[in-house]
Design a protein around this ligand. Structure first.
Ligand code: SIN
Ligand code: CO
Length: 375
């Protein structure tokens, strides 16, 4: 497996993942960019695409958020364009991300493409997530270091390390890839006009999870009854919040409970929720349900690039929704989630409910008929 420089995924995970950097020369031999510079610039102008322009003109860092109608000239040095979520909009970028599915979908985030004119970069910094940096075009010179001092420059509009202490450096050419664990200091500067693809991961903070989980709990909460005080006595301190009331309500609220199953449903919904700027493209003239069913049985189904799907036990999660399914349907849905496509001949085993769900997902643009699947 050249992708990991001859290591198996198991060896890579054991020795490097989340632990130390790995430089892989020719991870993808003969790699050529999946999008041209102009196609990338076009994406940056699209309001459904998250993009940022970072300039370092006259030693001054500046960041502008997309959509970006106008960009500096590629001949002008020291600027970078970052396009997030390229996998949501481009089949090749999606296929590249799929090569990293030896890691769980719950952790895989997106493919970011960066374009830099000569000298361009985002400055010395660290990221809170693991990342694979694949050189797609031109050359980038990386300096990296395992420093503990992660103090940031105070006034910069982006995260720039005040005290960068590089320990290793190397120049990457197309097909080379650098893996960095979280919080590893790095600085990549374009030697010439270059493009780098970042395969990014998500690791939500516990604070973020806690806030989202309490909202999830609030949606499903059922606490019967209402505060009552038949023994209330006359008071000379009417403004006091009395202890009887606080004690009673503390006891009632302590009845709020959750278990691993609640957390699992929450996580499945949370992690499959499409990002805010993600819109599906429903078919303009959808087929009738019976027509769809017979074509699906011939051609199979394929998930849309933007669809996020996870499962756990008999629970199935898709684009922020959860379903408890039967063992027979679960077999099909697990295959669909793992392979992101389902052969037509498997559909005969789907229950009527599942067949309805497939049709709804088709009408919503979450999946499509798959002419490519062998049945
Ligand atoms: C880049 O590709 O320009 C920067 C990626 C990174 O350093 O995280
Ligand atoms: Co970085």
């Amino acid at each position: 497996m050249t992708l990991l420089g001859g290591l198996t995924p198991a060896q890579f995970m054991r020795d490097y993942w989340h632990k130390k950097p790995l430089l892989i020369r020719q991870a993808i031999p003969g790699f050529t960019p999946l999008l041209s510079r102009d196609e990338l610039f076009g994406m940056a102008a699209n309001e459904e695409v998250e993009s940022r322009l970072i300039t370092h003109f006259d030693q001054h860092w500046q960041m502008d958020s997309g959509p970006l109608e106008e960009l500096p000239s590629p001949d002008e040095p020291d600027w970078t364009l970052l396009v997030q979520g390229a996998n949501l909009h481009n089949d090749g970028a999606d296929a590249l991300l799929q090569q990293f599915r030896f890691l769980p979908d719950a952790r895989l985030d997106d493919l970011m493409i960066s374009y830099a004119s000569a000298g361009g970069g985002v400055g010395p910094h660290f990221d809170s997530y693991d990342v694979f940096l694949l050189q797609a075009h031109g050359h980038r010179h990386w300096k990296i270091g395992a420093q503990d001092d992660l103090t940031l420059v105070e006034v910069a509009p982006l995260k720039i390390l005040e005290n960068f202490q590089p320990e290793q450096e190397f120049t990457l050419e197309p097909g080379d890839m650098l893996y960095l664990p979280p919080n590893y200091a790095h600085d990549g500067v374009a030697v010439d006009e270059c493009m780098t693809y970042s395969i990014g991961f998500r690791a939500p903070s516990y604070q973020e999870l806690g806030e989202a989980f309490t909202e999830f709990l609030a949606d499903t909460l059922e606490l019967p009854g209402r505060y009552a005080d038949p023994d209330c006595e006359p008071t000379e301190r009417p403004a006091e919040l009395n202890d009887t009331m606080v004690t009673d309500i503390t006891r009632q609220l302590n009845a709020i409970r959750f278990d691993k199953e609640d957390v699992s449903v929450f996580l499945g919904e949370y992690l499959t929720e499409p990002k805010l700027n993600v819109y599906f493209d429903p078919p303009t003239e959808p087929l009738e349900e019976d027509e769809f069913a017979s074509l699906a049985a011939e051609q199979g189904l394929r998930l849309d690039r933007k669809t996020r799907m996870l499962y756990r036990g008999m629970d199935l999660f898709i684009n922020g929704l959860s379903f408890a399914v039967t063992p027979a349907d679960s077999r099909l849905l697990v295959a669909l989630a793992d392979h992101r496509c389902l052969a037509g001949n498997m559909l005969q085993d789907a229950s009527a409910d599942l067949a309805d769900a497939f049709y709804t997902w088709y009408v919503d643009g979450w999946l499509h008929l798959d002419q490519g699947t062998v049945t």
